[in-house]
Design a protein around this ligand. Structure first.
Ligand code: HEM
Ligand code: HEM
Length: 208
């Protein structure tokens, strides 16, 4: 805990660590569309069972396609953004796979094990969190890319969803989507844990 006279400085430091507006907007759009995808996936009726589908099941499938393509576009923009030198989510940050990056990850893990809590933004290197965020972008991108491939096979090949390729891609899509659930739950729990420890990252990330 910070003494009262230092709390202002701590808050100032924290707000200096806030993410850029581009990152915050892209993150919010990606989070909203992916959550929408996961929810619609619980209701949708796959194209090969469409004949017996209820109105809700059909609508959920339509929504899943449109929102999924939007998610794919936001993820594509996020990748473009991570290639720019002015970005605060450069590839080297999202994937700290260098000697110093690995040292940071090891130090963050050691802190976690020793203190039984996540290192706050000013206690750790941030590399462990960044690596986890990098995995999130990869998982979300594979989900969106495989979904877009399903869309292509369904709508732009002669056999449509009866094409054997459809079943194969659908398996990849569903497996990776299960990982997406897992990622989302851990990511949100970690964010809430930070927030609960007075490290106001949710407030900073969702400030518009
Ligand atoms: C962007 C992230 C996405 C996530 C997290 C996601 C998630 C899911 C999940 C969990 C299912 C399984 C539903 C079930 O168990 O039956 C599913 C199925 C499906 N998704 Fe997505 N999806 C995404 C993007 C897309 C996109 C971009 C499209 C196409 C435009 C798409 C098209 C489909 C189709 C056609 C199915 C049914 C596949 C089957 O026959 O089983 N998805 N999706
Ligand atoms: C599946 C959907 C989501 C994905 C793929 C995702 C991915 C990411 C990524 C890649 C970052 C790093 C910044 C960036 O590159 O944009 C990040 C940061 C963050 N996310 Fe998410 N996110 C998702 C949903 C959420 C949700 C629902 C919350 C709500 C609690 C959340 C809270 C945060 C916070 C607070 C940060 C900042 C972490 C820090 O300051 O160290 N995210 N997320």
């Amino acid at each position: 805990m910070f003494p009262t006279h230092l709390r202002g400085i701590h808050q100032m430091e924290n707000s200096m660590k806030q993410w850029s507006a581009v990152t915050r907007w892209l993150h919010a759009l990606i989070a909203a569309t992916i959550i929408g995808q996961l929810i619609s996936s619980l209701i949708l009726v796959p194209p090969d069972e469409m004949e017996e589908a209820t109105f809700l099941g059909k609508m959920a499938m339509e929504t899943h396609e449109v929102v999924g393509l939007l998610a794919a576009m936001f993820l594509f923009l996020h990748w473009l953004w991570s290639f720019l030198s002015s970005s605060d989510v450069k590839l080297s940050k999202l994937f700290p796979l260098s000697v110093s990056g690995f040292r940071g990850i090891a130090a963050d893990l050691a802190y976690l094990v020793k203190n039984k809590k996540l290192p706050s933004t000013d206690q750790g290197s941030g590399n462990l969190a960044s690596l986890f965020h990098g995995f999130g972008i990869i998982i979300a991108s594979i989900a969106a890319f495989s979904g877009a491939a399903l869309y292509y096979v369904m709508d732009f090949t002669a056999k449509g969803f009866e094409n054997p390729l459809f079943e194969e891609i659908a398996e990849v899509h569903e497996t990776i989507a299960n990982l997406m659930w897992f990622y989302l739950i851990i990511h949100v729990l970690a964010a809430v844990w930070h927030e609960y420890s007075n490290d106001r990252i949710i407030k900073l990330m969702f400030r518009f």
